[in-house]
Design a protein around this ligand. Structure first.
Ligand SMILES: CC(C)(COP(=O)(O)OP(=O)(O)OC[C@H]1O[C@@H](n2cnc3c(N)ncnc32)[C@H](O)[C@@H]1OP(=O)(O)O)[C@@H](O)C(=O)NCCC(=O)NCCS
Length: 250
């Protein structure tokens, strides 16, 4: 199931540090035996969360997403999936804790939408990832969530390109607020990402500062037919870069 392909060339023209980000993107649809295998990795809390979904399919998808998260992090840390311990930041971003996390620092982030989930892992910097199922959207939605520069950038495109641009923008914004850990609290109008098809993925401004976005690298990745995906890494300073590798794809 593992396929490797380089996504987004490392910004190697920079003299600074390159942060390596691995991405796993996979289907949440599994057969009963895979599901019970993945369930075995989960903590009592996670099993409890899975049991609280009203529709059983959502509980099963939660088990797959969190079971795969544990498998992937355990393979990076060199331990068993079930021994990993998680905590959440004040803003809700999950992180690894306990002795294993001290021995092998790992930054990660998880996203799920429809039948697809994706996980980003980086050893050296905070990451955020987002996948969205592409679906029809109303015109007002961009104005509600996006900055005026983003809304205008999308409106200026030929109609046939607007839906793809909308989800390119949405996933980039979500990946950014998940990398910072602020989530929706950041205020989605407070920063602007690039949206045009011929423009590299970038955070263009944060709170009106046109330089602040240089402390982040953004990239879109192939999330499967009917899905859009983006990943963001907090490289920390202008001049540092990132290399994104798609390890597994749906
Ligand atoms: C968590 C949040 C950051 C993303 O939520 P989402 O897009 O609905 O869901 P995703 O599947 O991408 O991410 C959920 C996962 O992110 C992780 N997460 C939770 N809080 C997080 C935070 N503050 N920062 C980073 N990751 C977080 C968790 O692992 C969570 O999975 P879990 O609930 O199964 O444990 C949410 O706070 C948010 O900002 N929602 C806004 C959605 C929106 O209105 N977007 C408008 C278009 S830009």
């Amino acid at each position: 199931m593992t396929s490797r392909s380089e996504q987004g060339a490392a910004r190697s023209q920079t003299a600074g540090q390159i942060h390596n980000v691995d991405i796993w993107c996979f289907s949440l649809n599994r057969n009963r035996s895979e599901l019970s295998e993945l369930r075995r990795h989960l903590s009592a809390d996670e099993i409890d969360r899975a049991s609280r979904f009203i529709a059983p399919i959502h509980g099963d998808r939660f088990i797959v997403a969190h079971g795969r998260l544990r498998e992937i992090l355990a393979s990076c840390a060199g331990c068993l999936p079930a021994i990993l311990q998680f905590e959440r930041s004040d803003t809700g971003k999950p992180y690894l804790c306990g002795r294993r996390a001290e021995a092998t620092p790992l930054h990660f982030n998880l996203t799920h939408s429809g039948e697809v989930a994706a996980i980003a892992v980086c050893r050296t910097a905070e990451v955020g990832i987002d996948v969205e199922q592409v679906r029809p959207v109303s015109e007002g939605l961009a104005r509600r969530y996006f900055s005026s520069a983003e809304t205008e950038g999308i409106a200026d495109l030929p109609e046939a390109q607007r839906l793809a641009a909308f989800f390119r923008c949405w996933t980039r914004k979500e990946a950014f607020v998940k990398a910072t850990g602020e989530g929706i609290r950041r205020g989605l109008h407070s920063f602007t990402v690039s949206v045009a098809p011929d423009e590299a993925a970038r955070v263009l401004s944060i709170d009106g500062d046109n330089e602040a976005g240089r402390a982040y690298c953004l990239e879109n990745f192939e999330a499967g037919e009917g899905y859009a995906g983006a990943v963001c890494v907090a490289t920390g300073a202008a001049g540092h870069g990132a290399a994104f590798t798609l390890r597994e794809s749906t």
